[in-house]
Design a protein around this ligand. Structure first.
Ligand code: FEO
Length: 167
């Protein structure tokens, strides 16, 4: 495997690990805030990110490319409210999408169509994730939810619980 592609994939393994921690920390924040639905949603999402990491790890192993697990940055743990958490999650996913697109672009440029084909799954997955967080943001907008405590918070928490159950 081309060194540049191997490095990008290795970075992605570590980025997915970080993403898993980001969502686990959001789950912990939700627990402390008494938000059961959000907690369940973010815990599921954390496990999903761990699955993404495994997928790339396995691909690299199949290709005989060495994997280096780096030190993982501390995930953000201070949030003002649930709206702040949701916005942070959406922004995070946009960054991951950019990283995935860069892998696809590089694989294509280097005529590594095997990696290009492999990473296509992640392109579809990122689309799904952005749609998912877009849906949550749309619901928040519909409710005119700003993260404050009250009935709207309960509705948003229930919505996240419903999404967690369907995932
Ligand atoms: Fe693995 Fe949420 O991207």
């Amino acid at each position: 495997m081309d060194k540049k592609i191997a490095n990008l994939l290795n970075d992605q393994v570590n980025a997915e690990f970080y993403a898993s921690n980001v969502y686990l920390q959001m789950c912990a924040w939700s627990e402390c805030a008494g938000l059961e639905g959000a907690s369940e949603f973010f815990r599921n999402h954390s496990l999903e990110e761990r699955g993404h990491m495994d997928k790339i790890f396995n691909y690299m192993a199949e290709c005989g490319a060495p994997v280096t697990i780096q030190a993982i940055d501390k995930a953000p743990r201070e949030f003002d409210n649930l709206m702040d958490v949701i916005n942070a999650a959406f922004e995070h996913e946009k960054k991951v999408t950019a990283m995935i697109k860069n892998i696809a672009k590089t694989a294509f440029a280097k005529e590594d169509y095997t990696t290009f084909n492999f990473i296509e799954w992640f392109i579809a997955e990122q689309h799904e994730e952005e749609v998912l967080f877009g849906k949550i943001l749309a619901r928040a907008e519909m409710l005119d939810f700003d993260g404050s405590k009250g009935q709207k918070l309960l509705i948003m928490d229930n919505f996240l619980k419903q999404l967690a159950a369907n995932s």
